[in-house]
Design a protein around this ligand. Structure first.
Ligand code: HSE
Length: 414
């Protein structure tokens, strides 16, 4: 079977490398020879073992009937969407690592693949080298999924780990993540939580059966986290992690959020460090299952892409379980009204502001650290909605003081 790769950057070149390295065993699993026929990229790659396969015109892939599987590793939605759609329309299966594309256009591309009796596969779009898409629609197929909580972005987990364990600055840690090939071309998508948001949307769409679009999900990144927050999280007995969460509420709507969370040290996600990702899935039959591994990087991501290439080569028609429907109006709940737990840090709170805060949040866990600045008040409050929290905070801030930080707390009972 002949393949093409569109996009010969970190992931695309990793796919060629792993295919070359493990060809015999990969072809055995695929049940046929896999021959790389073309590589689409604007650039040239002198000295690369596949330099002669590099082409600049996508038509050469589209018009070659021998190419039956196309790996899309270009990233972004333009021109990736047009190219992927054109491949599917011509009856070629597409394997992608592109979470932005799947989160934006997944429902449409899955439908088109089904119409053409081919496959649109995207194991590498979530969790890098961790198998999660296939387990979710195959191995956990007996379950009603109740919730998914994940560390879904390797770059931010790497940065937070370096800040917490090595007191490295945010900028230095980000530069290191970029050098190691973890970060997106524009790292804003990592740092501001958009990448994690796209990934939780893909998982939510697959687990709950209707497309969830990223703009429906409240999303916050890690760029405002300070050393003070890290120290206060430690006093509370936890660490700060950027989490994506989805849970089906009793009324059938979905609670979704992406943002930094205080995670108790006893929780399985608290010890997931560096570029590692972990995804906790709770099924009604299995209980909690945790998937753990390298969430970014050339070879781990290539591993996930090639597992899809094997599936595409073996499949007789469209894989029926990898499907979801159009978004439902009102399917995403107003998360601000859902009870939860929150961490708050205020500055400039002395005398009356402090007294007002203690009265408004009576019963909360107030946190002290050895080198607290004058006027710093920090606490964890449980059993209230974000709307209620903001209402009470407004009462405090009307007296004075500044809201320095507000984060979710993973309380194990959301
Ligand atoms: N930039 C992404 C991350 C790459 O850091 O997780 C893998 O999707």
């Amino acid at each position: 079977m002949k393949l093409a790769i569109m996009g010969y950057g970190v992931v695309g070149s990793g796919v060629a490398q792993v295919l070359d390295r493990n060809r015999a065993s990969i072809e055995k699993k695929a049940g046929c020879p896999l021959e790389l026929q073309a590589i689409l990229d604007r650039r040239e790659f002198p000295g690369d073992p596949h330099e002669k396969l590099v082409i600049q015109d996508v038509q050469r892939i589209l018009e070659d009937p021998e190419i039956q599987i196309v790996v899309e590793a270009m990233g972004g939605t333009h021109p990736a969407y047009d190219y992927v759609k054109a491949c599917l329309e011509r009856g070629k299966s597409v394997v992608t690592s592109n979470k932005e594309l799947v989160a934006a256009k997944g429902v449409e591309l899955l439908r088109l693949a089904k119409e053409k009796n081919v496959n649109f596969l995207f194991e590498a779009s979530v969790g890098g080298g961790i198998p999660i898409i296939h387990p979710l629609h195959q191995c956990l197929g007996a379950n009603e999924i109740l919730e998914i909580v994940g560390i879904l972005n390797g770059t931010t987990n790497f940065i937070l780990t370096k800040m917490i364990r090595e007191q490295m600055s945010f900028e230095d840690a980000l530069a290191m993540a970029q050098q190691l090939g973890y970060a997106e071309q524009d790292p804003t998508a990592d740092v501001e939580g958009l990448d994690a948001c796209r990934k939780i949307c893909i998982l939510a769409s697959l687990a709950f059966g209707h497309h969830v679009y990223p703009d429906a999900v409240p999303t916050q990144g890690i760029s405002r986290i300070t050393r003070e927050d890290v120290a206060l999280a430690e006093r509370w007995g936890g660490v700060i992690k950027l989490l994506g969460r989805v849970k089906k509420l009793e009324n059938g709507t979905l609670y979704l959020v992406v943002g930094p969370h205080l995670v108790p040290k006893s929780h399985p996600l608290a010890t997931v460090d560096d570029v590692f990702n972990a995804i906790l899935v709770r099924g009604d039959a299995t209980g909690e299952v945790v998937f753990y591994g390298k969430g970014a990087g050339k070879l781990p991501t290539a591993s996930a892409v090639i597992s899809d290439v094997i599936d595409a080569a073996k499949a007789e028609g469209t894989i029926p379980t990898l499907q979801w429907q159009e978004a439902l109006p009102g399917q995403v709940a107003d998360g601000r009204q859902v009870p939860g737990a929150f961490y708050v840090r205020l500055t400039g709170c002395d005398g009356q502001e402090r007294a007002c805060c203690e009265a408004q949040f009576e019963g909360a866990c107030f946190l002290q650290r050895s080198d607290s600045l004058q006027g710093e008040v920090a606490f964890v409050a449980e059993g209230l909605s974000e709307e209620e929290l903001d209402h009470r905070l407004a009462t405090v801030l009307a007296q004075g003081g500044t809201l320095a930080s507000k984060m979710y707390v993973l309380d194990g009972d959301f």
